[in-house]
Design a protein around this ligand. Sequence first.
Ligand code: SAM
Length: 270
Amino acid sequence: MAMTTCNSLFAIRLYRAVNSYRYLSQIYDQWEKLMGASFSMLIFPKLQQVLERTHRPIQKMVDLACGTGTMAIAMAKMGVEVIGIDLSEGMLEKARAKAKKAGLSIPFFCQDMRSFSLTEKVDLITSFYDSLNHLLTPEDLQQAFDAVARNLNPGGLFIFDVNNKNCFEKLWQGTSVFHHEEFTLILENTFDEKSLRAQSLSTIFRRKDKGPLFEKAIELCEERYYPDEVIYNGLNVAGFNVLEKEDFNPFWEIISIGPVKEFWVCEKQR
Ligand SMILES: C[S@@+](CC[C@H](N)C(=O)[O-])C[C@H]1O[C@@H](n2cnc3c(N)ncnc32)[C@H](O)[C@@H]1O
């Protein structure tokens, strides 16, 4: 009897598609806040500095794998015409709602970063928070670089971050638990040195209708580490010059394990 009562507290949903963000999208912004700030806001000053340094007038841009739209909204507030692209309808739904609330008209499209196409080329394409690591083979990564090149004006900028090896070795190992009044998120991470693949199994208990019951969902996120030479080579094949590449740690206030990210600034050859 006790068992039945206990089980009835949970509706368990197993979502098998990898990297769908179907359930994570529902808690993504609150989860980021639990870690201090959204990644977009941590990286926004860095992006502004690069744009000032490189003296590029940016009229139109794409935030690729835009997630819940935080960066797209911040750039739109700066007067840039922004398009958001992501493969997860859940993330895009959140992005559209946030832009509407902010009184901004930002088109958000559901497209794959390996094959996206725009009606007009843009001056800048960004892709942040290890979105490119979600591509699981060097061929997929190359397709994404080629698609970015096809949609950029000559001389246009491609700015992105990826996780470095230190990140996968130190942060993608073990379990972390995040508590919020609306949910508990358990992340079980593993990194395989041989295949360079990493998995993050999320178990989410999300409060139903602000009541005492919770829904349980399980979702898998997979990433791959790409050594510098693979990235340099892929960018070169797609027709980019690398202007800057820097290892950094945006989370240094909470995690002091050295650089965990690579920040790449590239220019499409003219
Ligand atoms: C860690 S989130 C980062 C989201 C956002 N850039 C940010 O900074 O919060 C990774 C995003 O990549 C998206 N994504 C993964 N694979 C994709 C693909 N093939 N094409 C487009 N988006 C993809 C996911 O849906 C998710 O929104």
